[in-house]
Design a binder for this molecule. Structure first.
Ligand code: GDP
Ligand code: IMO
Ligand code: MG
Length: 422
């Protein structure tokens, strides 16, 4: 039985994963985050309220559903504590619904400082990191120096911390970084005490046992496929595998258990931070879409860069993820436009290609667009496919023809209700 479905972003993040996980979660017993950390910001909207989750899976507002933070996630206990307290303030018993894998790694305050120091040193070549300590925490994980959630109960935890912290202080000297804040260390230890009250488990055993009992799991991705450490627009990427394969390593689930892969994308593209973006709109139209789509980072508040839909990039992501169902978001944002452009190919090295070349950053890539007619209608109140304008149905069909994959849901606004099954 392939009872693990995966939902992940096909672009550069912020596709609307949080909203869709929240919508789909009643079909599942367990929602499990498999990678990334508090660099993520997943927005949910219902009952006229907006919630942004950074570490907690987006099934947390549904009763009877277990939410697991998997081993592939890096956790900042300070951020997690605040997040838990905020949701508890809504009357939700987070401790009952939330499980944390012993094998997830901890982000220390000094990981955040190292992130900032590394970006400062890179100057104009900076990644545009969220500065949440993600890169340095994953470096310590793969460098075999990291602290894991399962370590917090061990008698030598303070020693392990001290060893790593001293190493970080040495590294910070190399960066000439002086903004050391001991108060943050104190706060971090307080949050570790808070973490001890949570249900800390062997995530891989728990999930595999649940599967053997016929339970259904939805694995929730963070970031997006084009930010994947191996296949994204390196070096302008995050430090984890954001693709479907990451769900296996990030949860301890075998590839043979994976069923549906929901690939989610916006009707256009956005990117926050540095790095190549072939279809970027640096003009008034880009600004218009940014304002209409409220394209400002959920985690950092930075303005998101905006551009047309990029089919070569989308096809690449679908291939890497094995997405068999697509979900298109934010179609409502394009409703005012007379025409909508879609990049179908690139001009590259005097050739016309329809795939992503190795290094997007150093090469001259000129997108080739096809223009489609806009629908010029407010669609935010539509709830049925039959209510959608013909031009939008054509836009959907065009993407399906080019990718070879069906779009099964269309999102027409930020609210939980604003979704159409196609
Ligand atoms: P995530 O990181 O993939 O979960 O996405 P974010 O939450 O960072 O960004 C998506 C943003 O778009 C949020 O502010 C959502 O409330 C909003 N959103 C989601 N779906 C739609 C939609 O269909 N239309 C509009 N206008 N906004 C949407
Ligand atoms: P969600 O899950 C959009 C981007 C950062 C930066 C690069 C590396 O909400 O879709 P990092 O902090 O990981 O070192 O930053 O990746 N980035 C995201 N962009 N959505 C995200 O998460 C992101 N997480 C990281 O802006 O360019
Ligand atoms: Mg986001």
């Amino acid at each position: 039985m392939q009872n693990v479905d995966v939902l992940l972003g096909l672009q550069w993040g912020d596709e609307g994963k949080g909203k869709l996980v929240d919508i789909l979660s009643p079909r599942y017993d367990i929602i499990a985050r498999f990678q990334g950390g508090p660099n993520a910001g997943h927005t949910l909207m219902f009952n006229n309220k907006k919630y942004v989750l950074h570490t907690i899976p987006s099934g947390i507002f549904r009763e009877e559903i277990i939410n697991l933070i998997g081993n592939g996630v890096v956790i900042d206990p300070i951020v997690l504590m605040k997040e838990i307290k905020n949701i508890e303030a809504e009357g939700i018993e987070v401790k009952k619904r939330l499980l944390i894998s012993k094998r997830s790694h901890l982000i220390l305050p000094s990981h955040r400082w190292l992130d900032a120091a590394s970006e400062a040193m890179k100057g104009k070549d900076k990644i545009g990191s969220t500065l949440k300590g993600i890169g340095p925490a994953y470096m310590d994980k793969t460098g075999r120096n990291g602290l894991r959630v399962g370590d917090i109960d061990q008698t030598n935890f303070k020693d392990k911390f001290e060893q790593l912290y001293q190493k970080h202080l040495q590294l910070l000297k190399f960066y000439n970084w002086n903004e050391i804040n001991e108060d943050q260390i104190k706060e971090w230890f307080e949050s570790i005490e808070f973490l001890k009250q949570m249900q800390i488990i062997d995530g891989e055993h728990y999930l595999n046992e649940a599967l053997s009992k016929g339970k259904k799991i939805l694995a929730e991705g963070a970031q997006g496929t084009l930010l994947d450490i191996d296949f994204g627009t390196y070096p302008f990427v995050t430090s984890s595998n954001t693709i479907t394969a990451g769900a296996c390593t990030g949860l301890g689930i075998a590839p043979t258990k994976i069923g549906n892969v929901f690939g989610i994308f916006k009707a256009y593209c956005t990117r926050v931070g540095s790095g190549p973006f072939p279809t970027e709109l640096k003009d008034d139209l880009g600004e218009l879409i940014r304002q209409k789509g409220k394209e400002f980072g959920s985690t950092t508040g930075r303005p998101r860069r905006v551009g047309w839909l990029d089919l070569p990039a989308l096809k690449y992501a679908i291939q890497l993820d094995g997405s068999n169902e697509l979900i298109m978001m934010k179609a409502d944002v394009l409703s005012d436009l007379d025409t909508i452009k879609v990049c179908t190919h690139y001009h590259f090295n005097n050739q016309v290609i329809d795939y992503l070349p190795y290094d997007l950053s150093n090469e001259d890539i000129i997108p080739i667009y096809q223009e489609l007619k806009g629908w010029k209608k407010d669609i935010t109140h539509c709830r049925l496919k039959s209510e959608l304008p013909a031009e939008l149905l054509r836009y959907i069909e065009f993407i399906e023809e080019n990718t070879g994959v069906k779009i099964s849901y269309l999102s027409v606004g930020p609210d939980r209700d604003q979704i159409i099954k196609l």
